[in-house]
Write a protein that binds this ligand. Sequence first.
Ligand code: THU
Length: 163
Amino acid sequence: MKKKQVSFELSIYEDVGELSPEEQNLLNVAEQARNDAYAPYSNFQVGAAVLLDNGEIVIGNNQENSSYPSGLCAERVAIFQAGAKYPGVTIKSIAISAASKNYIVDQPAGPCGNCRQSIAEYEQKQKSPISLLLRGQTGPIYKCNSINDILPLAFSSSFLGDS
Ligand code: THU
């Protein structure tokens, strides 16, 4: 039997001023998008901003539904919109901003498992990493270099064989 440690590099910034101007802008766009979330059931608002290689930024926010599972997370609204509008354009990074109307979110909220899988699909397809910037309403900013880092042992199309 062998054991293997799986680890990843997480950068933690205490202040937005530590980020590059491009990163600050992306986070800012995600925060703005968050304000337009439709989240009347959870009161938990998420905004996402996807930065593409051509310089475009595509936004998303969570869209809830009275039939709860029909709603969609901010990250998937954004990344699917990027795939729809700019097919074949490389995705560089995604900023995710989370807030609640019930309390102050003082730490970054990691994307849910379904969103990790969805973002990973694009990373596998384009064969280059998609970095993540995460922040709550206050508190530190987390940066991950690749979605693969936070989805170890990910499922991918390579398991499907020739279909
Ligand atoms: N939500 C997101 O938009 N992104 C995530 O990664 C986690 C959760 C949304 C879904 C739902 O509208 C609300 O937050 C509460 O789960």
